[in-house]
Design a protein around this ligand. Structure first.
Ligand code: FES
Length: 95
């Protein structure tokens, strides 16, 4: 696992309206070695919140709900496999 991952959870207006404070709290409920959870400003994807960005992978998740956090932690942060169903479709086009 990358030892210097940062998980940016947008805490700006539109994302907050879509529950991003609870998403941030859900991430903070897990302890993942080497991963830093950070509440951040607008990431420019406001209509797709709550926006979560994983660095340095530069993986963008959209419309993240608190109940999605477990999958991101288990599959992406611990096993290195992004959760494709939650990826931002414009930033990570499929096929
Ligand atoms: S308000 Fe979250 S991406 Fe802009």
């Amino acid at each position: 696992m990358d030892s210097s991952r940062q998980i940016l959870v947008c805490q700006y207006t539109n994302c907050l309206r879509n529950g991003s404070a609870a998403v941030l709290a859900a991430f903070q409920g897990y302890s993942v070695a080497g991963a830093m959870i950070i509440g951040c400003g607008c990431q420019g994807q406001c209509n797709m919140g709550a926006t979560v960005r994983v660095l340095p992978d530069d993986t963008w998740y959209c419309r993240v709900k608190p109940e999605d956090v477990k999958a991101i932690v288990e599959y992406h942060l611990k096993q290195g496999s992004p959760v494709t169903a939650l990826l931002h479709p414009r930033l990570h086009p499929r096929g």
